[in-house]
Design a protein around this ligand. Structure first.
Ligand SMILES: [Zn+2]
Length: 192
């Protein structure tokens, strides 16, 4: 899937998980940092791809991207598995712990969870890809859904742009619709 689809899936997953949790107070700064972390998590597994937006936006990113991609075992390998997700999550946990003193009123735990939710949404979404995802590395089997490869989606295809992307938006609309009162309550009372 392309970055745009992953961004949308990450933020959708964050909204759905947040709405299903018991209501807690959250500062505006936490909400903003959490959304950024969520979007980064949503595209983070693709650091194993030299052409990923993350690398393209850096001055010599293509060069580093190729080296990192090789180290990570190529596209859709380590960073697209539960093991890789655990390692990435742990590294971000350490980084956030390091940044805690300068983060003020930002709730680091919520930010970390937002990152992990974005990360997991990436693996779930890529499971619908033709190539599948090696969820259980080091067991070198790629899993895909539906099990028949012919019914899965090619990255950047019209199916992704015109079926998957609109389908996620439709799910979002339904979720917002179903939780409308809850969302209004959150906006009025719980974001400080
Ligand atoms: Zn990916």
């Amino acid at each position: 899937m392309i970055a745009r689809t992953h961004d949308l899936a990450a933020i959708s997953a964050l909204v759905i998980v947040s709405l299903s949790m018991p209501i807690q107070e959250i500062t505006l700064s936490t909400a903003i940092v959490a959304i950024v972390a969520n979007l980064i998590g949503g595209v983070a597994p693709d650091i194993d791809q030299p052409t990923a937006p993350f690398w393209r936006n850096l001055p010599v990113g293509g060069y580093f991207g190729r080296i990192i991609a090789k180290m990570l075992g190529g596209h859709r390998f380590l960073t697209h598995s539960l093991l890789g997700a655990a390692i990435l999550s742990y590294l971000v946990y350490l980084l956030l712990g390091f940044l805690r003193p300068i983060m003020g009123s930002v709730n680091i735990d919520i930010v970390w969870w937002a990152f992990v939710i974005g990360l997991m949404s990436h693996l779930v979404l890529d499971t619908f890809n033709k190539e599948g995802v090696p969820w259980l590395l080091p067991i070198p089997i790629k899993f895909g859904f539906p099990p028949l490869k012919a019914f899965r989606i090619s990255t950047d295809s019209w199916v992704e742009s015109w079926l998957v992307f609109p389908a996620i938006i439709l799910i979002d609309i339904l979720v917002v619709f179903a939780n409308y009162q809850h969302i209004l309550f959150l906006i009025h009372n719980k974001i400080m």
